[in-house]
Structure formats: C-alpha cells, structure tokens
Design a protein around this ligand. Structure first.
Ligand code: AMP
Length: 284
C-alpha cells in the first residue's frame, strides 16, 4: 500500500479537496483524535469501500476538553496511526497543528441537545465538537463523513448541524466496535489498570441486561434504570455519572421504552471516564 499523504495546513487540505472534487472523485472522511483502534478502523474501512478517496483527520481538539480533562495526556501515537492508515488504504491524513486562530470568535452551538447527558457533565464539550466538525467539513468538503454510534449524542448533534447549516455532506452512522468480551473500544481504554478493565465491563453488562429485559417485555424506565444501577454499583471503583433512557431524537427522558430510544451510560472507572449506549428502534 502506498503511504498516505500527510497534510498539516488547512489551506492546503482545502485546495487538495477542491482539486479532487473537480476531477469527479468522491471523498469519504473520517474525523478522529488519533490513537486509532479497531473502532476507528471499521469507519475507515467503510469509507474506503464507499468512496474514491479517503481522508482521515487526526487532531486532538483542545476546545472540546474541559480544564480538568485529559487533553495534555491524551495518547498521540502518530507513527502507529499512520501505519494503520497506510494498511487500510487511506489516501490523505489531515493532521493540523492547530485549527484555531488566536482571536477565534466564531463558535457553533446546536440548540437543545448540548446541555443534556454528556453536556451536563462536560460543559462546553459539544460547542467544541460542533465547531471543530463544522471546520473540518468545510475544509475537506467530503461527500460522506463517518461517525461512530458509540458517541451517540455527538452523532446526533453532527447530523443536526449538517442539516441546519446545509453542509451538503452525508453523515454515515457506524456501529460500535467492541472488544471480544463486549467492552466498547475507546482510545481511553488504554488508561485502565487490569482491575479497572474488568470492572469497566459492567457498563456493557448493564446495557445487555436492559436489552434482555426489554425483549422480555419490561418497558418501564424506572425499573430498567434500577436494574442497570444495581449491576454498576457492584463495582467498587466504578462511579456512575448517568444512566439514561431517552428519546433518540430529542434526548428527553422517557418513562417507558417506546419509539426510538437511546439507553446511555457514562461512568468513571478509576480516573477514566467511559461511555457506551444501545438503541431500540420503533418499539411499539
Ligand atoms: P475519537 O477519536 O474518539 O474522536 O473518535 C473518532 C470517531 O470514531 C468518532 O466518530 C467515534 O464515534 C468513532 N469511534 C470511537 N470509538 C468507536 C467504536 N468503539 N466503534 C465505532 N466507532 C468508534
């Protein structure tokens, strides 16, 4: 496989993307913060299958991290990421040093969705995400952009902003890739000690408990939340941030599993904050 071309300048990336579009090539885009794992690779492989050209961005976006979060220690194994991209047939890696002017004054916010779930625990997080994704989509101008369902709220916000701002790009949701035992893959899993890694699995177990109960006909949100809470509370180093059963489009709390539903969990295992979710579609 030829090496991907690494581009650091936003202007250069934009010019290259325009050139590719002029020659009629479709562009598939996978935005990431690097430390690539099989979850990212599943997005990249899909982009590879569905487009003429694949662009992966690797940028640890400072504006989506809170002051007490892990921005400075977030893993940045660029050479390993580049090798994975090469093996997957990526054409371009967009790896800007920064995307913000010092006097940046324009921010993108998506009304009604940013102050729920993740947004409550991470104020400003989605303003950072929405802004960087808008910038990246304006630079790369892809035909399709690929996002994971693991970050369900992020995916929803990006779908809404792409529509509201007429960005003319198809947002392609991709299923959550998991470790063989079910733990959702995440760049942050590398922070976990062996004991924390075992305890983290309770997040997946709680979601699977919920899935099973719903299949058996239990639709009452309070009961399902209670059962999931019991599973999580058995782990000594796991601290629940939220367990939520919400409408998949509005993120409003539901009393019962009905329609399109997102069941989401965020928890700190030791010092590492993890999220995961499952969806139910068109529950009658
Ligand atoms: P990140 O590097 O964490 O910003 O993630 C980049 C993209 O990969 C986002 O669209 C994530 O939702 C997606 N992603 C992260 N983890 C997974 C996973 N386990 N399965 C599928 N997609 C994922």
């Amino acid at each position: 496989m030829p090496e991907p071309v690494v581009i650091e300048g936003a202007g250069e990336m934009q010019a290259r993307a325009r050139e590719l579009a002029r020659t009629g090539k479709s562009i598939g885009f996978v935005p990431t913060m690097g430390a690539l794992h099989a979850g990212h690779m599943s997005l990249i492989e899909r982009a590879r299958r569905e487009n003429d050209v694949v662009v992966v961005s690797i940028y640890v976006n400072p504006s989506q991290f809170g002051p007490d979060e892990d921005y400075s220690r977030y893993p940045r194994p660029f050479e390993a990421d580049k090798a994975l991209c090469a093996a997957a047939g990526v054409d371009y890696i967009f790896a800007p040093k920064t995307l913000y002017a010092e006097d940046v004054r324009t921010w993108v916010t998506v009304g009604g969705l940013e102050d729920k779930l993740e947004g409550l625990s991470r104020p400003g997080h989605f303003r950072g995400v929405a802004t960087v994704v808008t910038k990246l989509l304006s630079i790369v101008r892809p035909d399709r952009a690929y996002f994971g369902r693991k970050d369900a709220q992020q995916l929803l916000i990006i779908q809404v902003l792409t529509r509201d701002l007429d960005l003319g790009c198809q947002i392609v949701p991709c299923e959550t890739a998991r470790e063989p035992d079910g733990l959702a893959m995440s760049s942050r899993n590398s922070y976990l000690t062996p004991s924390e890694r075992r305890q983290a699995l309770a997040i997946h177990r709680a979601l699977e408990y919920c899935r099973t109960q719903v299949k058996l006909g239990e639709l009452d949100a309070m009961k399902l939340l209670g059962g999931m809470g019991d599973i999580l509370s058995q782990q000594p180093d796991l601290e629940v941030d939220y367990i939520a059963i919400v409408d998949a489009d509005t993120l409003e709390d539901l009393r019962a599993v009905q329609g399109d539903v997102l069941v989401a969990i965020a928890a700190k295992v030791g010092k590492t904050r993890l999220i995961d979710n499952i969806r139910f579609e068109e529950v009658a």
